[in-house]
Write a protein that binds this ligand. Structure first.
Ligand code: BGC
Ligand code: BGC
Length: 596
């Protein structure tokens, strides 16, 4: 309110000045007036996003920082909704009281729900949501996440990831909806619309072709993440640009994050061609372009050269969690010595002012209360719709009075259900930080108890069970830590206990229902013949009842694969986008999924 008034006064004042001078031809908009009134330091401050842990309110105030982020797992203490709101309010006030008088945009990665906050509902990760093919559901999830964010005073989400994933060995495969560009485009845009309808700025990331990097077997770790894309421009446009076009032109996404990766050995953060010529000029993107976490430091040259290259390429705001003071200093030098033109700074700051104005941040983010029951019901629906039934020899649906032996490393573990970006960046291996979640064991037990049946978890009780339900998982991971050379069910990032579980299930000689709880398909070719039913459960989040809803037949299966299921680890060769794929390498085609 105060800010709006201040801008108005500046506007009116200048209008009256202009009429005195009788030069009415240049009438500036309030935002142009605002820009014209700002000092260089204030402008540069607006172009910086620092980390919560690396700033005080005094720094925000003195440097007129434009934005603050909490990276994966970064949270206030205690990690409660109230403490988050207090933190963001305090920081926002410090910003508004700065000389520029501008509100702050606080950003987080709420990539499957507001996942840094303890106790909130976590939705399935995007690879699961791809199986729903349900735009309307994605829009509702976007809205629900928007409410979770507003309740903590946060107005910017670094989501959705619009990667068109061509190689599921990539550690970020689960952040993408599909290998198929039109599906990524429609689900991503629906999510953006839902989020932005709640007054939250969405981010299409990571621009461009993050899902198309090469597998670099010469490196022992990180072979794919942040890598290089070897494709022609026509191929990049046909595969990877598609979701951005829809996000900009249809969903009106307000921010785009640049990818760590390179195209033909040119780092995206230094690419004037892709950021300015294509994104801003050809596609007419008028929101803000943000760099990824310290990504500009991967550009060649000294700090001043890195900063200038990125800003001159078209990056408007720099995600500089730690080094923001050094960066600010060199930004100023680069402007003073002409390496960065003032017009480029003004364009960047104008874009930042515009999104802040569009989001009505000066009047404060509309408050919100998280509706846990609504979120739980929505997540449960999303879980049920994302389960994919890939084999069923009559054992499913389970009768509710079935006595079940439930085994495997994932049966009572929200950390494994939720994967990376859950409470912490790399994810958790237990239930400690998910106080309101439901594990598979709890979901099965609730049904059994209500129907006089038993859920056994000890092998010694195997003879009492009618059916074995075996839950196999991956270990949680995020980003490059999740890159793997093998898609084996029993090695690489697959849980080390999977092998023993598989062996034991075969010895029991009862019908076996296998659930795979993982971010991506794993190779099942040698084992699936021993299973009577096989369900891809994905990283489904906190609401396991969505899984039991379909297993017991209360809800029919409707999910179908949005990724090809390979028989080999070289998954880049099996993608349905690869015209030279070999049918012998494919276990299940994209689109596979049975119903009752
Ligand atoms: C990731 C981004 C994320 C950012 C902030 C980076 O490492 O690549 O996806 O938005 O961190 O947490
Ligand atoms: C942060 C993440 C970020 C990553 C980049 C972590 O410390 O929590 O948000 O993506 O660093 O390497």
């Amino acid at each position: 309110m105060i800010i709006a008034k201040k801008w108005l006064i500046v506007g009116l004042l200048s209008l009256s000045l202009m009429s005195c001078k009788k030069t009415p031809e240049i009438i500036l908009t309030p935002l142009e007036e605002k820009l014209a009134s700002m000092s260089l330091d204030e402008k540069l401050g607006q172009m910086i996003q620092a980390e919560r842990y690396a700033v005080t309110t005094a720094t925000i105030n003195e440097l007129n920082l434009g934005s603050i982020l909490s990276g994966g797992g970064s949270h206030p203490t205690p990690n409660t909704v109230e403490a988050w709101l207090a933190l963001t309010t305090k920081m926002n006030n410090a910003a508004k009281n700065g000389s520029a008088g501008l509100p702050l945009i606080y950003g987080v990665d709420a990539v499957h729900g507001h996942n840094n906050v303890e106790g909130l509902v976590l939705f399935p990760h995007n690879s699961a949501l791809g199986a729903t093919h349900d735009e309307e559901l994605l829009e509702r999830i976007g809205k629900a996440v928007g409410v979770q964010l507003r309740a903590t005073g946060i107005s910017w989400n670094f989501a959705p990831c619009l990667a068109v994933v061509q190689d599921i060995r990539w550690g970020r495969a689960y952040e993408g909806f599909s290998e198929e560009p039109n599906l990524v485009a429609s689900l991503g845009s629906a999510y953006i619309k839902g989020l932005q309808s709640e007054g939250i700025m969405a981010t299409a990331k990571h621009y461009l072709a993050d899902g198309g990097t090469d597998f670099d077997s010469s490196k022992n770790s990180y072979p794919i993440d942040q890598g290089n894309v070897s494709l022609t421009e026509a191929e990049i446009r046909a595969l990877h640009l598609v979701p951005y076009i829809k996000a900009i032109q249809d969903a009106k996404v307000k921010s785009i994050m640049v990818s760590f990766s390179s195209i033909n050995n040119q780092k995206m953060h230094g690419s004037t061609y892709w950021i300015t010529t294509i994104l801003k000029e050809e596609l007419k993107f008028d929101g803000i372009v943000i760099s990824d976490w310290e990504a500009i430091h991967q550009l060649p040259g000294s700090l001043i050269y890195q900063v200038s290259s990125a800003i001159n390429a078209g990056v408007d705001m720099l995600m500089e969690p730690n080094k923001y003071k050094d960066v600010l200093a060199v930004m100023k030098r680069a402007v003073e010595n002409g390496t960065i033109k003032m017009e480029r700074i003004d364009d960047a700051v104008m874009r930042i002012l515009k999104v802040k104005d569009d989001l009505k941040l000066s009047t404060g983010l509309a408050s919100a209360t998280i509706d846990m029951e609504n979120d739980k019901a929505l997540a449960r629906e999303a879980v049920a719709k994302s389960q994919v039934l890939l084999k069923n020899e009559g054992v499913l649906p389970l009768a509710k009075n079935t006595d079940i032996l439930l085994i495997g490393p994932g049966i009572d573990n929200v950390g494994y259900q939720a994967g990376g970006w859950s409470f912490s960046w790399q994810g958790e291996k237990g239930n400690e930080h998910f106080p309101n979640a439901t594990t598979l064991l709890e979901a099965f037990t609730a049904i059994a108890q209500a129907n006089g049946a038993h859920i056994y978890t000890q092998l010694k009780d195997a003879s009492k069970a009618d059916v074995v339900v075996m839950v196999l998982t991956e270990n949680p991971y995020a980003e490059g830590i999740g890159d793997t050379k093998t898609l084996s069910l029993t090695s690489g990032l697959a849980h080390p206990d999977n092998a023993e579980t598989i062996r034991q299930a075969k010895l029991i000689k009862k019908p076996i229902v296998t659930l795979l709880m993982s971010g991506r398909p794993l190779i099942v070719e040698d084992e699936i013949e021993y299973w009577d039913a096989f369900v891809m459960s994905w990283l489904f989040g906190t609401e396991a009842q969505g899984v039991t809803d379909v297993l017991y037949g209360d809800v029919n299966f409707s999910g179908t694969l949005s990724f090809t299921w390979p028989k080999i680890s070289e998954a880049n060769t099996t993608s349905s986008m690869n015209p030279d794929r070999n049918a012998d390498d494919i276990q299940f085609e994209i689109g596979s999924g049975l119903t009752y």
